[in-house]
Design a protein around this ligand. Structure first.
Ligand code: ADP
Ligand code: MG
Length: 240
């Protein structure tokens, strides 16, 4: 579903992604870890076109993103993204935040979009907050609404960029529980997080990045049991 072939990314002279080769299959849950500045966000942002790549080939859902015929709007619709800061519309209710995309982009009617949104709010445990404004929610609740909003677009894959790192510790568990549910429903997920409990429980694979490179890409069990790279081992010992 997502293929990187010799992908390079430069910001001016700065080499942010170095020879990235990765394949992520449909239904896989992949966790990416690595020190700050190692290129994790740049890699995620490349997948839904928030970043261009400098060279190499990136194929999403069998569409080469460099091909002029590829519809990038469709790719962005098919690949949702959940950020550290959730950016809900402050002057719209929780329900409206979730129905807006489906109404405007997927051209769903009001009744259908509301029904689907309520099902999703139920999934994230916030059906009772449908009429609230985001300002009345906790950070963890806002992030759960952001996840419902992404799911409302019926994505084929969801990218998460440190979705819990801006949250108070007591809020993190509920957000991770929602992500686990989404994973168990078969969603293809690429998650940048240092929540290793989540990784151990739901990730098929763990990727360790440093200095713009993928240094290790292994199934979760092997990674935790015996990281092959010394830097991965050191990093893991710091975050566990
Ligand atoms: P991570 O998410 O692993 O912390 P990032 O992908 O955000 O790392 O950044 C990788 C490197 O690329 C950093 O050194 C960062 O400063 C640089 N970088 C990211 N985005 C830009 C940009 N738009 N312009 C210039 N440099 C950037
Ligand atoms: Mg980042």
């Amino acid at each position: 579903m997502i293929e990187f072939h010799n992908v390079e990314k430069y910001f001016g002279d700065f080499h942010a992604l170095k020879n990235i080769n990765l394949t992520i299959d449909k239904g896989e849950v992949v966790v990416i870890i690595g020190p700050s500045g190692s290129g994790k966000s740049t890699l995620l942002r490349s997948i839904n076109g928030l970043n261009t790549i400098s060279s190499g080939k990136l194929v999403i859902n069998n569409f080469d993103i460099a091909d002029k015929k590829t519809n990038m709007n469709k790719i962005r619709r098919d690949v949702g993204m959940v950020f550290q800061h959730f950016n809900l519309y402050a002057n719209k209710s929780v329900l409206e935040n979730v129905t807006l995309g489906p109404r405007l982009v997927l051209k769903e009617n009001e009744e259908q979009s509301k029904k689907e949104a309520m099902d999703l709010l139920d999934l994230v445990g916030l059906a009772d907050k449908a009429e609230s404004l985001p300002s009345m929610l906790s950070g963890g609740q806002e992030q759960r609404v952001a996840i419902a909003r992404s799911l409302a677009m019926k994505p084929q894959a969801l990218l998460f960029d440190e979705p819990t790192s801006a949250l108070d510790p007591e809020m993190i568990g509920d957000v991770l529980d929602v992500m686990k549910k989404v994973a168990h429903e078969g969603m293809t997920m690429v998650v940048v997080t240092h929540e290793m409990g989540f990784a151990q429980e739901v990730a098929n694979r763990l990727i360790f990045m440093a200095d713009g490179e993928v240094l290790e890409d292994d199934d979760t069990k092997s990674f935790f049991a015996h990281p092959k790279e010394e830097r991965a081992r050191q990093f893991l010992s710091k975050i566990i």
